[in-house]
Write a protein that binds this ligand. Structure first.
Ligand code: NAP
Length: 350
């Protein structure tokens, strides 16, 4: 999983990359260390996103040297995957994207219930794979991840079904998301695990204890989600920022007062640190923090407009020093006296 910096034009397939971007390797493939997250592009849980904006965001990612695109059937109940498929068609290149999609969440609940539940029954996974291939307009998925562990299905059985997909030539590598160490160990006994996708950002570090060290030791690439703490670390939120009906941040305990004020106070001090020490913005500092943590391969970056990816250029090609890392820890500890994790995202049990 060595990393490299490509600061000059390089051509791959029919798509040109002409930016400074750091790359790493997943299962023998070069992928950008910043990956586009497409949950928001689904259009249902982060406010409205038009098709035009969503497709432009995917194409804009490629123009900025990003080739890893993380998506899932649950994002907009199929819409995000369709958008990725349409963006590839507009680009005229399947090779433009390293597609990381997922399976194992079912949203067929009672009418009017917006929730979802983990569902890794073999027949469900087989059906989801075919549906994803159809929406993405491709016959091959580069990385197929189990979205959440389904505690009602043996992990070995799930791993066996994914192995089937690789043998059939429909999937290149397999990964998991939100699995704990025990679940990953069981999975990896049946099928080599290329990646794990947990939540991770400078406010949410639960994986430091076990998950990250285990992945490092076992050569499992880590793709972090919520790298920007679901926009808190973007630097534009204020105490009176309002979120649209249905926006996940309305439910997120971090965005509820008085706790929200603590996180915003930390962001203000992080802004100062970023500016004074590095001449950077807080979003650049926050994403760099994730990339500089030992064991992290890729930081996923959620965006719904191409301009939101402009800041990526300010993230690559530099590093945080130990003193800045320690100062970040001090700021977070002093400001956030009532921290909370991302557990509210956990889906229901079937
Ligand atoms: P995130 O990346 O932590 O935050 C995304 C939000 O940050 C954007 O929606 C935007 O907020 C804000 N932002 C982006 N660029 C910005 C900029 N230049 N300036 C200011 N603010 C900016 O969000 P996330 O969705 O939690 O994580 C990213 C991806 O990880 C998802 O898209 C998805 O692919 C993946 N994910 C996976 C799981 C899983 O269970 N495996 C769970 C969650 C997410 P506004 O919308 O307010 O502009």
């Amino acid at each position: 999983m060595g990393c490299c910096l490509w600061a000059e034009v390089c051509a791959r397939g029919s798509v040109e990359y002409a930016v400074g971007m750091e790359y790493t390797e997943i299962h023998g493939r070069q992928v950008s260390r910043v990956g586009l997250g497409t949950w928001a592009i689904g259009g249902s849980e982060w406010g409205t996103v038009t098709d035009t904006e969503a497709i432009a965001t995917c194409i804009g990612a490629v123009e900025r040297g990003i080739n890893l695109i993380d998506t899932a059937p649950i994002y907009g109940h199929g819409r995000a995957e369709e958008i990725v498929g349409r963006a590839m068609r507009e680009l005229g290149s399947r090779e433009a994207f390293y597609i990381a999609t997922k399976a194992g969440l079912n949203w067929e609940l009672t009418p009017g219930d917006p929730g979802c539940y983990a569902d890794s029954r073999p027949e469900r996974l087989r059906m989801e794979l075919e549906e994803s291939l159809r929406r993405l307009q491709t016959d091959f998925i580069d990385l197929y991840q189990v979205h959440w562990p389904d505690t009602t299905v043996p992990v070995e059985e799930t791993a066996g079904v994914l192995a089937e997909f690789v043998q059939a030539g429909k999937v290149g590598a397999v990964g998991v998301s939100n699995y704990n160490v025990g679940q990953m160990e069981t999975f990896a006994r049946v099928m080599p695990l290329a990646t794990n996708q947990p939540p991770y950002n400078l406010f949410e570090r639960e994986i430091d204890a076990e998950t990250l060290p285990w992945c490092r030791e076992h050569g499992v690439a880590v793709l972090t989600y919520s790298s920007l703490c679901r926009s808190l670390l973007g630097g534009r939120l204020r105490v009176d920022t309002e979120f649209a009906e249905g926006d996940v941040r309305r439910e997120d305990p971090k965005f509820q007062q008085p706790r929200y004020g603590q996180y915003l106070a930390a962001v203000e001090r992080l802004k100062e640190l970023a500016r004074e020490r590095y001449g950077k913005t807080v979003i650049e500092l926050a994403a760099r923090w994730v990339l500089d943590r030992p064991g992290v391969s890729v930081a996923l970056w959620g965006a719904k407009r191409p301009e939101q990816l402009d800041a990526v250029a300010g993230v690559v090609g530099w590093k945080l020093d130990a003193a800045a890392m320690a100062e970040i820890d001090r700021i977070v500890a002093e400001c956030v006296t009532d921290p909370v994790g991302p557990e509210y995202l956990t889906p229901a049990v079937r």
